[in-house]
Design a protein around this ligand. Structure first.
Ligand code: 5GP
Ligand code: SF4
Ligand code: MG
Length: 466
């Protein structure tokens, strides 16, 4: 998901709409904005579909007045099986002592079901099935005398990997979990401040990037532009999601002081070193494989070409929740550039293989177009474990790499060769010269390694086996 918040500007909702539009790649199912204004109190609009279709009309934006606002773009993971209900679209807001608060989050609270059961037993009335609503109820029950302190109380009870933007009537709050698994950045706009999942959302509103919110940090931003920093969690070494570098973030964002684009190009270079192959062309599976394909081409000297053309009017296929839509999706979205491919030995570079649906379909299309050989190079290690921290990987059984060896995957996909970047190679590409520290990994890489930095407590209770 993508989150955004702004305080201390006029018509805050307009900035949030723009910020969410820049974060649309992080979630396309639904979006929502909550605002507050002294005259009208809290107001919200929550809709299915794209930001540009919901938050551009004057009629809608006029219902969202005020100098403070937060917003969310949704991509369903935890809780919702299949289609999302509108009641699960964030941000949530609730009125309680001291005026109440609104909240939106990216990631996953791993003990949400346990907390929810406990809160319901104690009388909380839930409106949604979303895990972030727990935070609102925990805040409402806290005995602290101001909302930031209530937020700290609430955060001490939740486990997981998440970033939060929240707002009171006058204060904007940003939080990253203790390990900093999900991203959150601070920007300055005029006399006000913005919080965003990625820097590309600061760029779109002309805000200046100030810094990343630190792992385990909570910032409180007043309407007059004071920023205070708090530490609600026990200090731990950070474990940022390495897959943000590979796929999730936009290539024009800056993560941990590094350009995501450059990191992806490095991944391609590493891949070319680790798994060279003789061929005529390097083609990306667009758009997610593009920077890595460029890196592969630069390193290997094999010409880069757009052998697959993407229809720009489709969303990310993977994000469509149903299998049927996803199957069809590949063809709706990608087409082979036949004239270029015929008779060629082609290296295809993609960011990841999850179920293998995309790769299989693409291989068929490429062979149909008369390619002489097809070699897959993948910019991440085999995805063998589900993510429980906000990225929608399917159940373990559905992950190709969970049940097959590399050679079995190669046969299954029907390609001439298949190679994944090594975990160490990926760490080198993101700037860890000595690779992965096996004793204390610098990143979360659970979907590749099976080492979960936060116990997926609810999942374990449901019988998930580590
Ligand atoms: P598959 O077709 O193998 O199930 O999925 C792989 C494709 O899904 C890749 O092209 C990748 O770009 C895309 N993708 C979209 N969202 C995600 C995600 O959340 N995780 C992973 N691993 N891949 C994703
Ligand atoms: Fe990122 Fe994978 Fe960790 Fe999920 S499991 S947070 S996708 S590295
Ligand atoms: Mg892709």
């Amino acid at each position: 998901c993508g989150i955004f918040g702004v305080n201390g500007v006029s018509t805050a909702a307009n900035f949030v709409a723009l910020g969410l539009h820049a974060l649309q790649h992080r979630g396309q199912e639904a979006g929502g904005i909550v605002v507050h204004d002294p005259e009208h109190g809290f107001n919200s609009a929550r809709r299915f579909g794209y930001v540009r279709d919901n938050f551009t009309s004057q009629a809608v934006m006029d219902t969202l007045p005020g100098p403070i606002a937060i917003g969310h773009v949704r991509y369903s993971t935890a809780g919702s099986k299949g289609a999302t209900a509108i009641r699960d679209v964030q941000p949530f807001f609730g009125e309680f002592a001291m005026g109440g608060a609104a909240i939106a989050h990216n990631g996953n609270i791993t003990n949400a079901e346990e907390l929810r059961r406990e809160l319901i037993e104690r009388g909380s009335i839930f409106q949604s099935s979303s895990d972030s609503e727990c935070i609102i109820h925990l805040m409402a029950r806290s005995l602290q005398k101001n909302i930031p302190e209530r937020m700290k109380d609430a955060l001490r009870r939740v486990e997981g990997a998440f970033s939060v933007v929240a707002m009171t009537r006058t204060k904007l709050i940003g939080v990253r979990d203790a390990l900093g698994v999900r991203p959150l950045v601070l920007g300055r706009i005029g006399d006000g401040y913005a919080l965003a999942s990625e820097t590309c959302a600061l760029d779109i509103i002309g805000a200046e990037f100030v810094r990343e919110i630190e792992p385990g940090e909570m910032v409180v931003i007043s309407s007059t532009g004071e920023v205070t920093s708090h530490r609600p969690f026990e200090q731990k070494p950070s474990r940022f999601c390495i897959f943000e570098h590979v796929y999730f973030s936009r290539p024009d964002s800056i993560l941990g002081g590094r350009s995501v684009y450059e990191t992806r190009e490095n991944i391609g270079r590493e891949l070319a070193k680790e798994a060279p192959v003789e061929a005529d062309l390097v083609c990306p599976v667009p758009d997610s494989g593009t920077p890595a394909a460029i890196g592969f081409s630069l390193q290997s000297g094999i010409p880069y070409a757009m052998g697959i053309i993407r229809n720009q009017y489709m969303g990310r296929t993977f994000i469509e929740p149903s299998e049927q839509v996803r199957n069809l999706g590949v063809r709706l979205k990608l087409n082979v550039n036949r004239a270029l491919i015929r008779g060629k030995r082609v290296i295809l570079v993609d960011d990841s293989v999850v179920r293998g649906t995309t790769s299989r379909k693409i291989k068929e299309m490429i062979l149909d177009a008369g390619a002489a050989e097809v070699h897959f190079r993948i910019a991440s290690p085999p995805t063998a474990w589900p993510c429980f921290y906000g990225v929608d990987t399917p159940q373990r059984e559905k992950l190709l790499a969970a049940t097959m060896s590399e050679e079995e995957m190669r046969t299954h996909l029907g390609v001439d060769s298949l190679k994944f970047i090594s975990l160490d190679g990926l760490y080198r590409a993101v700037g860890e010269a000595n690779g992965r520290d096996a004793k204390a990994p610098q990143y979360c890489d659970a979907c590749f390694s099976g080492e979960y930095p936060v116990a997926p407590r609810d999942k374990l209770a449901q019988g998930f086996q580590l």
